[in-house]
Design a protein around this ligand. Structure first.
Ligand code: NAD
Length: 420
């Protein structure tokens, strides 16, 4: 399997070919504008000194400040951070947010740090990157193993260094310090808005549609609940240890399953413990290839590959996870006429609500929950319509259409600035 940045560049090249893009735009888009690498010293609780490597890749800011998460993970890899920052630039352009793309990471296993060590690391990252960050320059958000608490420490450190309260320097914060309640459910909500739109376009009732969801964390669990409440048939849910599958008339209640997971740590033994329900315990592979109308990968990357794509039976794949389908699998799914709603559109609800948080922080003005909700709906549907028009115009699948649309928009911004 290629490294993620190579995959990203394959996607870029495909888009470039479809629209015969200006060579200068391609030259500027094939590499990040800036890569920052720092060493962050942390005095540990036992008084020893440890250093951690931190990265921030600022891919492109033609359309606005860089935007993208910071992950804390032992396997943070610069090629992956570069790819993720490129995809952020694409994602923000697809949903037409006035942002560029960036991404950051620290090589650390946060589970091995105490709370005070974690806070020192978060503040140290900001101290070292201070000149690269800021509400008008680069606005990070949470990603893998970072959370609202860490964003709060980071925003505070930035504010202290700047000598002013700069709430708009980080998004995904707790509500008390300028965050938005809807952020937690935003990714799932954005994907669910698209599901509803597609269902309406197909003229179907929710109760006729079977949904299988891989991954039962923030994105997968909340999405499953939205779909269940709206009357969709939830026929499969999995986590890292296995799947619960319904192959008879009994449907899965995600809340009940989540309560079980909270108690037991995993859904692994649910079928065994609730034999009366007649659910079947399966593997993730079983879930990905089960009979359903909608398959929602909401776990990790590279799950649908050339090895299992042929077995996928869903009509629609809605990618809540980043990069769950490999480029090779994409070609197979296209041939099978399976509609893939790609990550850069399907999970863009998260960054969209982050954008709302930033706008409100800059204005010192708070919108109502209903306003946040309505604006999210309007942006997701607007982006979906734009992608459909683009797919029709260039006779491409939705992923290629997203890349074409984004690259065109970024290219226009570069032209407007006189870069090309
Ligand atoms: P999470 O950590 O809350 O949940 C991940 C879930 O996936 C867990 O239930 C875990 O058990 C499961 N999982 C892990 N490995 C698995 C495997 N091999 N097979 C099946 N399940 C597995 O993470 P999340 O925030 O829900 O993110 C999930 C995906 O959505 C990631 O790709 C993430 O990048 C993407 N995403 C999330 C957000 C967001 O706002 N949360 C935004 C954009 C994209």
């Amino acid at each position: 399997m290629k490294n993620p940045f190579e995959n990203a560049m394959t996607q870029l090249k495909k888009a470039v070919k479809i629209i015969d893009l200006d060579e200068s735009v391609f030259v500027l888009l094939r590499q990040p504008q800036q890569i920052h690498e720092v060493s962050i010293p942390v005095k540990m609780d036992n008084s020893s000194l440890k250093t951690f490597r931190g990265y921030r890749v600022q891919y492109n800011n033609a359309r606005g400040p860089y935007k993208g998460g910071i992950r804390f993970h032992p396997q943070v890899d610069i090629e992956e951070v570069k790819a993720l920052s490129f995809w952020m630039a694409i994602k923000c352009a697809v949903v037409n947010l006035p942002y560029g793309g960036g991404k950051g990471g620290v090589e650390v296993n946060p589970q091995e740090l105490s709370e005070s060590e974690l806070e020192k690391l978060a503040r140290g990252y900001v101290e070292k990157m201070y000149r690269q960050l800021g509400p008008d320059r680069d606005i990070p958000a949470p990603d893998v193993y970072t959370n609202p608490k860490i964003m709060g420490w980071m925003m505070d450190e930035y504010s202290q260094l700047a000598g002013k309260v700069a709430k708009g320097s980080f998004t995904g914060k707790a509500v008390e310090i300028g965050g938005i309640k809807a952020r937690e459910s935003a990714t799932a909500k954005g994907g669910f808005i698209l599901l509803e739109k597609m269902r309406e376009d197909l003229g179907k009732n929710a109760s006729e549609m079977k949904v299988a969801i891989q991954g039962f964390g923030n994105a997968g669990y909340i999405f499953a609940n939205f779909a269940y409440e709206a009357g969709y048939q939830i026929v499969g849910i999995s986590d890292s240890r296995g799947a619960v599958l319904s192959k008879n008339s009994e449907l899965i209640n995600p809340q009940e399953l989540f309560d079980y997971k909270r108690k037991k740590g995993s859904i692994e033994n649910f079928c065994e413990d609730y034999k009366d329900k007649n659910f079947i315990a399966g593997s993730n592979e079983d879930l990905l290839t089960m009979e359903c109308d909608i398959l929602v990968p909401a776990a990790i990357e590279n799950q649908i590959t050339e090895d299992n794509a042929d077995g996928v039976k869903a009509e629609i794949i809605l990618e809540l996870a980043n990069g769950p389908v490999t480029p090779e699998a994409d070609d197979i799914l296209s041939k099978k006429n399976i509609t893939v709603v790609p990550d850069v559109l399907a999970n863009a609800g998260g960054v969209t609500v982050s954008y709302f948080e930033w706008v409100q922080n800059l204005q010192n003005f708070v919108w109502s929950d209903e306003e946040n909700d309505e604006r999210l709906r309007s942006i997701m549907i607007g982006a979906y319509d734009d992608v459909l028009v683009c797919a029709e115009k260039y006779e491409t699948n939705y992923r290629e259409a997203c890349f074409v649309l984004a690259v065109e928009r970024i290219g226009e911004a570069m032209k407007g600035r006189g870069w090309v």
